[in-house]
Ligand binder design. Structure first.
Ligand code: ZN
Length: 502
């Protein structure tokens, strides 16, 4: 009460009085129609505070205190912010270089924004796959609302996108569009037929003949040689009838699927712009340059205007750690993918599972000439865990021990080579040594892949086992959390060679 009265007096005195209050987020203060709208930290939690003009305050749902209305961070209020301040709503990226952060806890956006302020790159601040949502028990609307509040808190007015990541069905895509997502990453892995590459020449030609559009496909590719060359990188291949049959057998259904998602989105979007990304990264076989060319050319032939394409690269992109593999071979393949993307329509190569792949980032920046989409996600969660390790050591120890119990089960859906035996016993470590666990490969992966269990498991009374306590720590230590996040993301952006803002 007392605090709100002080805020009320400051509102009367004007912006500089408001800015000087420690409980008000100075960068959030906006004036509209004679009212102030800003974020404040009250004893009961963060609130959007609006006043003293009633017509503006009436747009929000909250509690009147004198001439001010204190409004909780509810979805309804996020929607009001988006309509009053359009820069708090996601928008399409278009042709800009872009980088996705993703935020599994929903509190990381201000830290991410602080990294983006330093570089020329368009942020994707809301980014979540259906799988991640299932694990964190969030719905798509939460992802956008959390980004809205974070963007408002920081006063970030330069736009951001929302990526519905690894969408598998038309229904998911349409539902996410209606929720407000602006970028759609279509995962066609389920429609790729790996056996297609092993077809005999005869069977491959039969396969090609079976396609309704086989005449068009033949006309476009058969016997034609494709050759691109630039800066010493050469990509060259020809499609025989049988090669074409194998490509059709392997990727034909995947292309059909992408076309149907694209058409469904176009229908629901009308004139609203959105970004369409093609993803074939979550398969076991590397995407050969020839396959990439075939898929991209087929999509273009069929009118799909995709902005980015994520191939599966050689080597291992394990969660939360650096690239494992032959860097020279990666460079050779990546340079070919980047050249095809540039020559075939100027779309971006998208690098998924990009968290912490520091060794290969300079290669990504170099061969794309700085024009790419980077996608990270999970390691922002690890920065939240790092806050616990640094500021709430006992909570960290309990989460760590729980993660060890969960590890065998949770690792099943990931490809990781974590060796639990390399992780020291947390009870033998001093408080000051805990944060270093987040820098060691094995303990990093341990905390990374168990995030869903840590965030969603209930205790025997039905209360959240860790989430509530962790969130309290993150709220109390939010500046520490933001500074960890910023440092981590800046490291990514620097190594990718993104241009610094002047
Ligand atoms: Zn991916």
């Amino acid at each position: 009460m007392e605090l709100l009265q002080r805020i009320e007096q400051a509102v009367v005195s004007g912006r500089s009085a408001l800015e000087s209050l420690g409980s008000v987020y100075a960068s959030s203060i906006q004036s509209v129609e004679g009212a102030f709208v800003f974020m404040a930290k009250l004893p009961e939690g963060k609130r959007i505070v609006v006043g003293p003009v009633q017509t503006v305050a009436n747009k929000f749902d909250g509690q009147w205190v004198g001439t001010l209305k204190a409004c909780p961070l509810w979805s309804y209020n996020a929607a009001q912010l988006r309509s009053l301040f359009p820069w708090t709503a996601p928008c399409a990226i278009g042709n800009r270089v872009s980088f996705g952060t993703g935020d599994r806890v929903g509190l990381a956006t201000p830290g991410h924004v602080r990294a983006f302020r330093e570089f020329v790159v368009f942020p994707v601040l809301a980014q979540q796959s259906m799988r991640e949502l299932g694990r964190t028990k969030r719905v798509p609307q939460d992802v956008i609302d959390d980004a809205t509040f974070g963007v408002f808190q920081e006063g970030w007015k330069e736009g951001y996108a929302a990526d519905a990541d690894h969408i598998k069905t038309v229904d998911e895509a349409v539902m996410c569009f209606k929720t407000g997502f602006t970028m759609f990453t279509i995962d066609a892995a389920d429609h790729i037929n790996r056996k297609g590459v092993y077809l005999s020449d005869g069977d491959a030609v039969t396969e090609l003949n079976g396609r309704k559009d086989s005449a068009k496909i033949r006309e476009q590719y058969t016997g034609k040689s494709v050759r691109f060359e630039e800066d010493g990188v050469v990509v060259e291949f020809t499609f025989s009838e049988a090669d074409l049959g194998r490509a059709v057998a392997t990727y034909g259904k995947a292309v059909d699927h992408m076309v149907s998602v694209w058409e469904a989105l176009k229908k629901v979007a009308g004139n609203t712009e959105f970004d369409f990304e093609i993803s074939v990264d979550e398969t076991e076989t590397d995407t050969l340059p020839k396959d990439h060319y075939f898929v991209a050319s087929e999509l273009l032939r069929r009118g799909v205007k995709f902005r980015s394409l994520a191939p599966k690269f050689v080597g291992q992109f394990q969660k939360g750690i650096d690239y494992i593999g032959d860097v020279a071979e990666f460079e050779r393949q990546f340079s070919a993918h980047a050249l095809i993307a540039r020559k075939c329509g100027g779309y971006k190569i998208s690098v998924h599972s990009g968290s912490d792949k520091f060794t290969i980032f300079p290669i990504v920046g170099k061969y794309t000439k700085g024009y790419f989409h980077g996608k990270t996600a999970g390691t922002s969660w690890l920065e939240a865990v790092r806050v616990a390790a640094a500021k709430a050591p006992n909570l960290y120890r309990r989460m760590h021990k729980f993660a060890l119990e969960r590890f065998e089960e949770d690792r099943k859906s990931y490809h990781v080579t974590t060796n639990i035996a390399n992780i020291p016993d947390v009870d033998t470590l001093s408080d000051n040594d805990l944060a270093a666990l987040l820098d060691a490969v094995d303990s990093r992966q341990l905390m990374h892949i168990t995030y869903g269990s840590i965030l969603s498991t209930l205790d025997e009374k039905g209360a959240l086992l860790f989430k509530t306590e962790l969130f309290k720590v993150l709220e109390k230590e939010e500046e520490v959390h933001y500074s960890f996040l910023k440092k981590h993301m800046v490291r990514h952006m620097e190594l990718l060679g993104l241009r610094r803002r002047n």
